[in-house]
Design a protein. Structure first.
Lengths: 439, 87
């Protein structure tokens, strides 16, 4: 390898450009505060950073304890953003029957990224201490951590061996007591079915929520929220569809996306739907609590006006954004203060591209990819992508027997596989070793 | 707005560059090539019992990725080389 000074400088510049391109956009998005609705993947990634541990359950999912376990001095890893404070609560379900919820567990001041210990004052709604509650063998338990505002993640454990930030200060720390909480605003995501491609439907008529079976035993409500600025709809929206809240009995599989009639014309709206239930008034706290079962992904659309029979009707464009894993929705924190919020909005206006700006490139790619000469390459790549070892063979080499496969073909194949990988490794090593760092 | 305007300019340039291609009809791969690729697949499947076809395909793909990365890296260097005062 020839490392000359100029070459080194160019290499550094090239690397710097790559790093700048790779990190500039995420850093900027983080600086202004982005919300990516597909939180599940990032949460799992973060969770893995705290060591491997046995996952007993996530919110709204059942798990079965292998032994009689008591949660004593339960500590949880908490990551929450924003400002202010909240009181964590936990809902316990036993064999799909709501058992109790625990309150008075302490206060978390945001932002917070540390270990939070549920206090000894944490009580169930029957004023039984949570630390004294005994989870019994053989039952299916479901735990829903809940916070009344904001969103965050809880990671918990009573096993110090498998959870670096947790401690087992109690007793009965069997391996199966390693509790794992992970909460967010989408405890159980549901999907939105949009109209099929090619249809001209613009209104809500063909938008449905699916993928969630309403439990018949509980009183569940379906709610939609709208806002023009914030994507944190459940906290900041002033347009809840209170008029058309509905109670379902579990007999429907699809639920129409509720239309809110008071949306302004010529605006871009964010919208989201969710199913939830409300607990009865708790004598201990004097308040009822909302439990969210499932939340849809975030969509956005534009409101238009139209005339029909001399009457003004509102029409809605097809959703342009579903806030998927590839779609960042940038928003400002309304609690950051007037100046900070204003600056944030100015920065967003100046530097945040609209989704349509990005979609335009994809449209161009679609328009070009089948034209000559690119079309030949596209079709060839598609054909190569259909390569499969399960295709029908052109011929059979021999009347292969089980013995031939076991003692001849399989070892030969294994050997060739090793040889290929070793050969490729040698080639890669030589290729990099002899790489000349200039054009 | 600034990023949007910049993206729109880039889009405009690409749109102009691709305009000659977009007026062409869709390309159609000669049927002989398509059938040749399909036939090659069936031959590869036939020897899959003792030749690790999936490994070969993986290695070919990885090789293309490595070579593509090196080529991209050289292209970036070539562009940098065009900057005045950097030789």
């Amino acid at each position: 390898m020839i490392f000359q000074k100029k070459i080194l400088i160019k290499w550094l510049i090239g690397t710097g450009i790559c790093l700048a391109i790779g990190f500039a956009i995420p850093t900027y998005a983080y600086a202004v505060g982005f919300s990516n609705q597909d939180d599940s993947s990032s949460q799992e990634t973060n969770a893995d950073n705290y060591g491997s541990r046995q996952t007993l359950g996530e919110p709204s999912k059942n798990f079965i304890l292998g032994s009689t376990d008591e949660y004593v001095n339960l500590k949880l890893k908490v990551q929450v953003g924003g400002t202010g404070s909240f009181n964590p609560q936990i809902y316990i379900w036993k064999d799909d029957t709501f058992k109790f919820f625990a309150v008075d567990c302490g206060t978390i001041a945001k932002p917070f990224d540390d270990v939070f210990q549920f206090s000894d004052t944490c009580k169930t709604d029957s004023e039984e201490y949570l630390k004294d509650y005994e989870f019994q063998t053989g039952y299916s338990y479901k735990i829903d951590p809940y916070i009344s505002n904001g969103s965050g993640k809880f990671y918990g454990s009573t096993n110090a061996d498998s959870y670096l930030n947790g401690e087992c200060e109690g007793y009965n720390c069997s391996p199966l007591t390693d509790l794992y909480f992970n909460w967010g605003e989408i405890p159980n995501s549901i999907s939105i079915d949009f109209p099929a491609n090619g249809t001209s439907t613009q209104d809500f008529a063909a938008w449905y929520i699916s993928g969630y079976q309403i439990p018949t035993a509980s009183t569940t409500w379906y709610q939609t929220a709208y806002d023009t600025t914030s994507t944190d709809l459940w906290t900041n929206s002033t347009h809840f569809n209170d008029i058309e809240l509905r109670k379902f009995d579990g007999s429907f599989s699809n639920y129409p996306f509720l239309k809110f009639n008071l949306l302004e014309f010529n605006k871009t709206y964010y919208a989201q739907a969710r199913f939830y239930t409300v607990t009865g008034i708790n004598l201990f706290t004097g308040s009822s609590t909302l439990i969210v079962f499932a939340t849809s992904s975030l969509i956005s659309f534009n409101t238009l006006t139209g005339y029909q029979d001399n009457l003004i009707h509102s029409y809605y464009t097809m959703p342009t954004s579903t806030a998927s894993s590839t779609d960042w929705v940038l928003s400002c924190d309304p609690n950051a203060g007037l100046v900070a919020n204003s600056i944030c909005k100015v920065l967003l206006y100046l530097f945040s591209p609209k989704q349509a700006d990005l979609n335009r490139f994809n449209d161009l790619k679609v328009a070009v990819q089948n034209k000559a000469p690119m079309g030949y390459l596209t079709q060839t790549i598609n054909l190569l992508g259909n390569f499969s070892v399960s295709s029908t063979p052109a011929f059979a080499l021999s009347n292969a027997s089980a013995g031939l496969d076991t003692y001849v073909y399989n070892p030969l194949k294994t050997g060739l596989t090793w040889l290929l990988w070793i050969g490729w490794g040698v080639w890669l090593f030589q290729r990099i070793r002899n790489l000349y760092f200039t054009i | 707005m600034i990023i949007s305007a910049f993206l729109y300019m880039v889009y405009g340039v690409i749109w102009l560059l691709t305009e000659p291609f977009r007026i062409l009809p869709d390309a159609s791969l000669p049927s002989n090539i398509a059938s040749a690729i399909t036939t090659a697949n069936t031959y590869l499947v036939s020897i899959n019992s003792f030749v690790p076809v999936s490994t070969i395909l993986t290695i070919v793909a990885l090789t293309l990725v490595v070579e593509g990365f090196i080529l991209s890296w050289k292209l970036i260097n070539w562009v940098i080389k065009k900057i005045p005062t950097i030789s």
